[in-house]
Design a protein around this ligand. Structure first.
Ligand code: GLC
Length: 719
C-alpha cells in the first residue's frame, strides 16, 4: 500500500477500529496454551469490540497457532487489517543465546548482531513480526534484576550494542527480507535508575544527566532505523514516561527524531492512575495520547476514554489518526497487507528453528561472553589427566537459559555435567550436588567434601537462580545464597585446588568465594550451549576473552560504583591516608573488579602509546596508537580500550569515558598496532543549558586492557 491508500483506509475506519489498532492484547486471551504472560492479568476485561478490531498481540508463538489466530481474526475484521504479532525474543527464540548482559561482556558487536539475526530468522518462520528488544537501559545498580537484560554501565558501549542488535533483527532495510523482524528499543527512559535498585521504583534524575548518559542507546537504535520504542514504567521529572508529553513527544520525537510507533509497557498506561497522575482511565488516555503513545499494552484506557474525550474536545481525531497512521505504516513496511502470513512457515519452522548451525553460533557467542576473573598459579586451563570433582547446584541445573528464554527448552540446554561427561572418561569425573541454589543440608555437605577428597581438583558450579534476576527480581543482598557459601567452606576442607564457575545475572558481592578459590570463571547465563562453552574454556579449547561491562562491588554498600564516576572535590589519590577525603572507612572506593577487566590464558604486552599530535581541533583529529603483543604460549583475543577524560568542563566530568575499543586476535608472539582517532565530536557533552558541545582545553587520553590498567597522555583541544 502507498501512503495515499493508507490515508484512505484510515478515513474508512470507525473510532472503535482506530482504538483497536491502538490497543495490544496478550496472546493468552486468544490461545492460552501457546502464549507467554509477562505482566499482570488482574481483572483483564478486554472490551468486546476489540475481538474484531484489535491491532496487535503480545506473547503468542508457533507458526500453526499464529496462522490460526490471524486467519480467524481476518474473518471477523471488517477492513481486513492484519494483526501484528509481537514477542519478547530477548536473547534468542528457541536457540537461546547468552543473556544480553553476557553478550555485552564479549565486547563483540558482530556476534551480537549475528545472535539477533538468528533470533529474527527463528521468530519470522514461527510467525512473529516484532521483538521487544534491545533493552538499552544504562544500569549501575546490580541490585536491579534487569541488569541481566542490559549491556552495562557505559553509554558508549550500550550504543554500540544497541545498534548491532537492531541491525541484526531488522537488517539494513526492514521489509525486504521476510527472515527479519522489527525491533522495539526499550524502556524509554532511565528505568535503570530505579531507586535502591528496587524494581518499578521511583526515578529522579536531572535532565542533564538523562541526556548525557541515558539516551545513547536510543539514539543509536533510531540511527539504525528501529521501528518501535517502548515507554518505561518509571517517572521522569515527576511524570511517568507513558503519560509524559515533554519526554515522549518532546525529547523522543522532536529532539531525537523518532517518528515510528511508541508502545506502552505492559499495564504502564493504566498505571498512570496508580502512580496518582491520572484520576481515571479517561485522564490516563488523554495524557498518553497527548504524549503520542500509539499503542496501549494490556490496559484499556483508550477504549474507555476516547469517545468522551472527543466529545469534550480534549483530544482531536487528528491525533488519533496520526497514531493509527504510524501503526499502519509499520504493518505496511512488514508487507502484512500483501501477506498477513509473511515469513510464517510450518515447514521452514522445522528446519530453521534450533538448527545445528544456530546452535554453533550460540556456542561461539557463549564462549566469547565468559570472563575469567581469577586464575592463581594458572590452575586453568585444566588437563584431562586430572580427576575432577564437579560440585554445586549448577552442575546440572537447567537455569542456564536465564530469565527471558522465549521458546527455549530447559531440557535442550547443555549442562556443565553433560559436557564434562562427554569430555572425560568415567573415572576422571565425580559429581556431588553439595547444595541446592538456596537450601543445603549436612549430608550433602559431607558427601561434597568426600567427593572433593577423591579428586585432584574441584569445580564449584555456583550461582543465582535464573529467577533471581530479570524483571521483578531485585535483590537487596547480592551475595551467593548462604547455603552455597557453606558449601564453599566445607569443600575447602578437602584442601584441593578449587575453580568457581559462576552462573548469575548481575555483578555479585563475591565475599565468601573470592578468597577461598584459586580461579573464578564468570559465565552469567549462557543459554542452550552453556555446558559446551564452559568446558571448552575450562580445558583451554577456547581462551577466555570476555571483559566486564559493569563493575563488581566489594559489597552492596558500595553501590553505586562505576568506572565513569566523578572526581569530587576531595578525591582519594595515590593511596592517601589523609582523613578528610571522599571514602568509606571499611572498603576502598574502587570496585573489586572494574569495568573492562578480564583475564586470559595468555599475556599481552602493550608498547608505549604514541600520539600523532598533542592537539586536536574541529578540523583535525589526532590518533592514539599502541602496539599489543601476545607474549604468552597460546593464541588469545584482547579487547584494547580507549578512554578520554575532559580535565576541565563547564560541569563536572567523569574521570574516564570509553570512546573506542577493538577486539584483536593474536597468535603467540604476534603483535598488532591498534589505532584510535580522537575527534572533536567525541568530546562533546551536555552543558548546564542542555546544549551538547565541546570546550577547548586540556584532556587526557588513555589506552589499555581495562579501565584501571591504562597508559595516559595529555592533549589539548584547540579552537
Ligand atoms: C514487561 C517488560 C517489557 C516487556 C513487556 C512485554 O513488563 O517490562 O520489557 O517487553 O512487558 O512482555
Amino acid at each position: 500500500m502507498n501512503t495515499e491508500e493508507l490515508h484512505h483506509l484510515i478515513k474508512e475506519m470507525t473510532l472503535e477500529e482506530k482504538i483497536g489498532q491502538m490497543t495490544q492484547l496478550a496472546g493468552y486471551l486468544y490461545e492460552e496454551s501457546s502464549s507467554d504472560v509477562t505482566g499482570p492479568l488482574s481483572g483483564v476485561n478486554a472490551p468486546e469490540f476489540l475481538d474484531s478490531t484489535n491491532g496487535s498481540i503480545v506473547g503468542s508463538y508457533g507458526a500453526a497457532t499464529i496462522r490460526e489466530i490471524q486467519s480467524n481474526y481476518l474473518e471477523k475484521s471488517r477492513l481486513k487489517i492484519p494483526l501484528l504479532f509481537t514477542a519478547d525474543v530477548i536473547h534468542g527464540y528457541r536457540t537461546i543465546f547468552p543473556l544480553p548482559f553476557a553478550i555485552g561482556n564479549s565486547w563483540n558487536v558482530d556476534l551480537a548482531e549475528k545472535s539477533a539475526e538468528v533470533a529474527a530468522k527463528e521468530s519470522a518462520v514461527s510467525g512473529i513480526h516484532l521483538t521487544f528488544s534491545p533493552m538499552v537501559d544504562l544500569t549501575r545498580d546490580p541490585r536491579w534484576g534487569r541488569v541481566v537484560e542490559s549491556t552495562g554501565e557505559d553509554p558508549y558501549l550500550n550504543a554500540e550494542f544497541s545498534r548491532a542488535f537492531v541491525k541484526g533483527y531488522q537488517g539494513d532495510e526492514l521489509g525486504t527480507d521476510p527472515m527479519r523482524i522489527a525491533a522495539c528499543v526499550k524502556h524509554f527512559v532511565a528505568y535503570g535508575l530505579s531507586q535502591g535498585g528496587r524494581e518499578y521504583n521511583t526515578v529522579d534524575v536531572s535532565e542533564r544527566e538523562l541526556l548525557e548518559n541515558h539516551v545513547s542507546g536510543f539514539e543509536a537504535a533510531i540511527e539504525a532505523g528501529v521501528e518501535m520504542v517502548m515507554t518505561s514504567f518509571n517517572p521522569v521529572n515527576g511524570i511517568p514516561s507513558t503519560g509524559n508529553k515533554k519526554l515522549i513527544k518532546g525529547l523522543l520525537r522532536e529532539k531525537l527524531g523518532f517518528d515510528g510507533v511508541v508502545i506502552s509497557d505492559w499495564n504502564s498506561l493504566g498505571e498512570l492512575i496508580t502512580h496518582g497522575v491520572a484520576e481515571d482511565e479517561i485522564e490516563a488516555a488523554q495524557k498518553a495520547l497527548d504524549a503520542t503513545v500509539d499503542i496501549e499494552m494490556m490496559t484499556f484506557c483508550y477504549a474507555a476514554g476516547f469517545q468522551q474525550l472527543l466529545d469534550e474536545n480534549k483530544i482531536s481525531m487528528d491525533s488519533i489518526d496520526a497514531s493509527v497512521m504510524r501503526i499502519l505504516k509499520l504493518k505496511n513496511k512488514l508487507g502484512l497487507f500483501e501477506d498477513p502470513y509473511r515469513g510464517l512457515s510450518e515447514e521452514k519452522e522445522k528446519e530453521v528453528v534450533f538448527s545445528d548451525e544456530h546452535r554453533q553460533i550460540a556456542r561461539e557467542v557463549a564462549e566469547e561472553s565468559i570472563v575469567l576473573l581469577k586464575n592463581e598459579q594458572n590452575v586453568l586451563p585444566l588437563s584431562t589427566d586430572k580427576k575432577v570433582a564437579l560440585i554445586g547446584p549448577f552442575g546440572t541445573d537447567s537455569n542456564v537459559l536465564g530469565t527471558w528464554y522465549w521458546r527455549g527448552e530447559e531440557s535442550e540446554a547443555v549442562q556443565l555435567l553433560d559436557s564434562l561427561e562427554e569430555r572425560l572418561d568415567k573415572d576422571s569425573l565425580v559429581y556431588a550436588k553439595g547444595s541446592d541454589i538456596t537450601e543445603g543440608n549436612k549430608d550433602w555437605l559431607e558427601e561434597a567434601k568426600a567427593v572433593a577428597e577423591s579428586a585432584d581438583i574441584v569445580i564449584l558450579a555456583l550461582g543465582e537462580h535464573a529467577k533471581m534476576s530479570g524483571e521483578a527480581a531485585s535483590r537487596s543482598n547480592i551475595q551467593l545464597p548462604e547455603a552455597q557459601l557453606e558449601l564453599v567452606k566445607k569443600v575447602k576442607e578437602a584442601g584441593k585446588p578449587m575453580v568457581a564457575v559462576l552462573f548469575n545475572g548481575r555483578p555479585l558481592d563475591l565475599t565468601g568465594v573470592v578468597d577461598e578459590v584459586d580461579a573464578i570463571v564468570e559465565t552469567w547465563f549462557l543459554g542452550t550451549e552453556s555446558g559446551h562453552a564452559i568446558s571448552n574454556v575450562l580445558y583451554g579449547d577456547v581462551n577466555p576473552s570476555g571483559k566486564l561491562t559493569m563493575s563488581f562491588p566489594y559489597n552492596v554498600g558500595q553501590i553505586p560504583v562505576h568506572y565513569n564516576h566523578f572526581k569530587t572535590g576531595r578525591p582519594v589519590e595515590d593511596g592517601s591516608e589523609f582523613k578528610w577525603l571522599s571514602r568509606y572507612l571499611d572498603v576502598p572506593n574502587e570496585p573489586r573488579y572494574s569495568f573492562g577487566y578480564g583475564l586470559s590464558y595468555t599475556t599481552f604486552e602493550y608498547g608505549d602509546m604514541k600520539l600523532s599530535s598533542d592537539t586536536f581541533s574541529k578540523e583535525e583529529g589526532l590518533t592514539v596508537e599502541v602496539t599489543v603483543r601476545n607474549t604468552g604460549q597460546v593464541a588469545g583475543k584482547e579487547i584494547v580500550q580507549f578512554y578520554v577524560q575532559d580535565l576541565v568542563g563547564e560541569v563536572i566530568r567523569p574521570v574516564k569515558e570509553l570512546k573506542g575499543f577493538e577486539k584483536i586476535d593474536l597468535a603467540p608472539g604476534e603483535s598488532k598496532d591498534v589505532r584510535f582517532t580522537l575527534t572533536e565530536d567525541m568530546v562533546r557533552y551536555v552543558h548546564s543549558n542542555l546544549e551538547k558541545k565541546s570546550d577547548p582545553g586540556r584532556f587526557k587520553v588513555f589506552i589499555g586492557s581495562s579501565s584501571d590498567e591504562v597508559q595516559e597522555k595529555e592533549v589539548r583541544l584547540v579552537n
